[in-house]
Design a protein around this ligand. Structure first.
Ligand code: DAV
Length: 378
């Protein structure tokens, strides 16, 4: 028998159950993190100069302002769709000053824009992730007043072991080489970003990535115990970071996949054409009979600044309000058309100014409550 209470203020088991309450991030005071090998492993090379020369400064202020307006508008749209929205608290000095611990110093902290990266709700519990970047060590702080409030109302609250993030956690920059399956984080201690995990009831999927190590995955496995199965998926992706731009559950029996990063994990193969080439997508056998929806290429112009990610977040990083309603970026016409063909009701929200900060609607949110119970979909 499950100990999970569906009436708890914190209750979410999947990416698709009807969304009742959500945290939407704030991008205010977003600060450029310092150059570090853990960033080099994932940041687009054309922005490396910015990290090397402008760490500790604000991201371009006009962009931050427009992104902040987009977040406010997105929050209003969610409220109009009947979702309760809560926001983190950003205080002066949260990000734009140096921090030090016994193990490292960092010129700044990053932001509170991406609750999905730092928090994950599994059942009745909110878990704070032990993130792998020094610039994100204190990222839980802007969310603490919300988490305390949920705890007081009966929600569960766990902070995974805080990493030391000494040099032992990273491959030194002069030894670091990029390549699929090569990771910049060592197994010194558990680390993961919450957005590395995606939830389908009793089955939870994760990838080893530049910010999530096997030790971190094992911590989650033991923490969650027998009621859950954690499955590690492997993708062709040399900058792997966060599964929600790569493999996105859309409902029971439905998953959205990024054609640029095929899954190479199992024997259940499907094929599709991407840029004139036939591609193989190999999932574990448990996905037999599932619909594999292939994401459309993003239409974001090449010149659009993306400081942290590939452009695929524009088309893949969608938020489901239930099995029917999906929030898509308003200029991504091909994606919108596809979702309609697949039978979804599309809610179009402009988010182009937010994308540069490393994600879209899924990243910018964290589920607090979705109607539903813990089930198995396989
Ligand atoms: O480049 O697709 C997405 C990360 C979103 N949290 C990417 C990474």
């Amino acid at each position: 028998m499950s100990k999970i209470d569906p009436a708890c203020i914190v209750n979410s088991h999947t990416e698709w159950d009807p969304l009742e309450e959500v945290i939407v991030g704030r991008v205010d005071d977003a600060t450029i993190p310092e150059w570090h090998v853990s960033g080099k492993a994932v940041w687009p090379a054309k922005h490396w100069g910015m990290y090397k020369e402008h760490a500790g400064e604000s991201f371009p202020r006009e962009l931050v302002m427009k992104a902040s307006e987009e977040l406010d508008n997105f929050s209003q749209v969610l409220e109009m769709e009947g979702v309760t929205v809560r926001r983190p608290e950003v205080r002066p000095g949260d990000f734009d000053r140096p921090v030090s611990t016994p193990d490292f110093e960092s010129v700044s902290q990053l932001y509170a824009a991406m609750p999905r990266d730092v928090l994950i709700t599994i059942g009745n519990e909110i878990i704070e992730a032990p993130m792998a970047w020094r610039s994100r060590f204190f990222e839980y702080r802007p969310f603490r007043s919300l988490i305390k409030d949920y705890f007081r109302q009966g929600g569960g609250w766990t902070a995974a072991p805080k990493p030391e993030m000494s040099d032992d956690l990273y491959v030194p920059e002069d030894k670091w080489q990029e390549g699929a399956g090569k990771f910049v984080t060592t197994e010194y201690e558990p680390v993961f970003d919450a957005a590395e995990f995606t939830r389908m009831g009793r089955d939870i999927f994760v990838q080893r990535s530049q910010v999530t190590n096997d030790f971190g995955i094992e911590w989650m496995r033991r923490h969650l115990g027998d009621e859950y199965q954690i499955h590690v998926l492997d993708f062709e992706d040399k900058n792997a970071m966060h599964i929600d731009g790569t493999f996105i559950p859309l409902g029971p029996g439905k998953v959205l996949v990024n054609p640029k990063r095929p899954c190479i994990t199992g024997n259940h193969k499907s094929f599709f054409t991407y840029q004139g080439e036939t591609k193989e997508y190999a999932l574990p056998d448990m996905f037999k009979g599932w619909d594999i929806f292939v994401a459309e290429s993003p239409v974001l112009p090449e010149s659009h600044p993306l400081y942290f990610t590939s452009p695929w977040t524009a088309s893949c990083n969608v938020l489901l309000l239930d099995e029917k309603r999906v929030v898509c970026e308003a200029s991504e016409e091909p994606t919108i058309r596809k979702f309609k063909e697949w039978g979804f009701d599309v809610i179009k929200v402009p988010f182009r100014h937010f994308l540069p900060f490393g994600g879209s609607f899924h990243c910018a949110t964290c589920d607090v409550r979705r109607t539903g119970t813990l089930q198995s979909y396989f």
